[in-house]
Design a binder for this molecule. Structure first.
Ligand code: BES
Ligand code: MN
Ligand code: ZN
Length: 515
């Protein structure tokens, strides 16, 4: 089980001067006047008024202004205004990112104890007064800032860690005990979801030489079972006994054997139906196989199991939070390597379901392993399917690195998943899977090919997966553009993002509105 340093999070409802922290973070809207923060400004020696008047601090999203609080009667030693943009455009998604940005900035400044001020105007800016949802988002954001990507550094000093985080509830309209309890449970939920996101990032960051399919299975099993989920790891013999020719075909070129990781959340009082099936791509390294990838950038392909990591870490959260329905998680794990026994272009593979596939390009391996994975999720009783995969370069062409692609059927199920994703801060955008695209997968010799050429590459990949969805409600998330940040953002350092963990974890809690 990977260890994550997680600073305790406290919620306090105290005057700002009494908050026990090194840095007080105050989100600030554009065009706002000092108002209730006159005392804070005074403690800062009028620096806030000056910075606002001179426009040194403009309050655009992620703008940061840090100044000391010299007044000895104030417990916090410094204040940071963090720009929150216009009040009209404010969302809990931005709140999450502001919290991450502020906490990352605090770590850079070697601040160990930060306090984030949850103030009126923030939680109600979007019009729904959802203070608990807002507190959860902020907690997730603070937690995401604790991720460290430099696991193997031995020379540079490690980045400073947060020792404590405090969420300050300032002048909230509802101070009833019920509201407080709701905020408290939202904070612990956000904490867990942030931690599970970081666990997935840690696994996606792990190189191919340490994270082999066997090691991935061991770690994923520890993570999920540590949260209370049931886990079973099937070896190559069991995979063969199930007839999973697609997974075995991909694994053939590697001297590392494949694994099939099976997670179960089985609450004793759950209804028989629905059963959510989560399927994640678990390619621990994708060289492309015989259709080998160019050398440049190939190192990135260590994160080709990010979808599988999202499933494993979501299963931990689902079990820990006690989701009200049954959930099965399936992660086919393999390397994709060239070798004397590798699958070759033109080879035919037989899926566990019985459908045959002509392999045109061995680099289109994700859809192969997922095909058998989706079938197994159905076999275990799933009634609703979601798969998540770093599946296609084409999705980066279509949507850039800003949104994941979402595909599936029926539309109501896709919209359901998308709505949950939106709230969880995993932005997704729908693409069509019109029947006409299916022609691109025609094979002369087998049921279909594994590639459909360049046009609509992400769509034909989705249509390949649809062949294995058995007509169930199914959504496919292509996270090839969002699983890894190539450039640092104020709210996301370079490296693994943990995309889809929170979406998958929250989804089973919305089953009341599934149709
Ligand atoms: N793992 C890759 C997709 C990928 C590309 C992920 C870039 C992250 C960043 C996938 O297995 C792959 O190689 N897809 C091919 C499919 C093609 C051969 C039809 C691709 O996108 O080029
Ligand atoms: Mn590939
Ligand atoms: Zn791949």
């Amino acid at each position: 089980m990977p260890s994550l340093p997680t600073a305790p999070i406290a919620i306090v409802a105290a005057p700002l001067s009494q908050v026990d922290a090194d840095l007080l973070v105050v989100p600030w809207f554009e065009g706002e006047s000092l108002g209730a923060f006159a005392g804070l400004n005074q403690a800062a020696g009028n620096e806030l008024a000056r910075a606002l008047a001179s426009k040194e601090f403009g309050a655009r999203p992620f703008d940061l202004f840090v100044t000391p609080l010299a007044d000895g009667s104030w417990k916090p030693k410094r204040v940071a205004l963090v720009g929150a943009g216009t009040i009209e455009a404010f969302t809990s998604g931005l709140a999450r990112r502001l919290a991450t940005a502020a906490a990352l900035a605090a770590r850079q400044r070697r601040v160990e104890r930060i306090a984030f001020v949850l103030r009126p105007g923030l939680a109600d800016a979007s019009g729904d007064f959802d203070i608990a949802g807002f507190a959860q988002a902020v907690t997730e954001g603070l937690t995401l800032a604790e991720f460290n990507g430099g696991t193997y550094k031995t020379v540079d000093p490690p980045p400073s860690k947060l020792v404590s985080c405090t969420i300050v509830l300032l002048d909230l309209p509802d101070t009833s005990p019920e509201s407080t309890v709701r905020v408290e449970s939202a904070v612990s939920r956000g904490r867990l979801l942030g931690e599970c996101s970081n666990l997935a990032r840690e696994m996606a960051n792990e190189p191919g030489n340490t994270l082999t399919p066997r090691e991935f299975a061991t770690r994923a099993a520890d993570i999920a079972s540590g949260g209370g989920a049931g886990v079973e790891v099937l070896d190559e013999k069991q995979i063969e006994a199930l007839g999973m020719g697609l997974l075995l075909g991909v694994a053939r070129g590697s001297s590392e054997p494949p694994r099939l990781i099976v997670f179960r959340h089985d609450p004793p009082v759950a209804p028989k139906s629905p059963v959510l099936g989560l399927v994640g791509k678990g390619i621990t390294f994708d060289t492309g196989g015989i259709s080998i990838k160019p050398a440049e950038g190939m190192e990135r392909m260590k994160d080709d199991m990010a979808g599988g990591a999202a499933v494993a870490c979501a299963m931990r959260a689902i079990a820990k939070l006690g989701a009200p329905i049954r959930v099965v998680g399936i992660v086919p794990a393999s390397e994709n390597m060239p070798g004397g026994r590798s699958v070759k272009p033109g080879d035919i593979l037989r899926s566990a379901e019985g459908k045959t596939v002509e392999v045109i390009n061995t680099d289109a391996e994700g859809r192969l392993v997922l095909g058998d994975g989706l079938w197994y999720a159905r076999k275990l009783g799933a009634t609703h399917l979601v798969d998540v995969a770093t599946l296609t370069g084409a999705i980066v062409v279509a949507l850039g690195k800003v949104a994941s692609g979402i595909f599936g059927t029926p539309e109501s199920w896709v919209n359901q998943v998308r709505k949950v994703a939106d709230r969880a801060g995993d932005r997704m955008w729908p693409l069509p899977i019109f029947d006409e695209y299916r022609e691109q997968l025609k094979s002369e010799i087998a049921d279909f090919t594994n590639t459909g050429g360049r046009p609509g590459g992400s769509i034909t990949a989705a249509l390949f997966l649809k062949e294995f969805s058995g007509g169930l409600p199914w959504a496919h998330l292509d996270i090839a553009g969002t699983a890894w940040a190539e450039e640092a953002k104020p709210y996301l350092p370079k490296g693994p993002s943990g995309v889809a963990v929170r979406t998958l974890a929250e989804l089973p809690f919305t089953f009341d509105s599934w149709k």
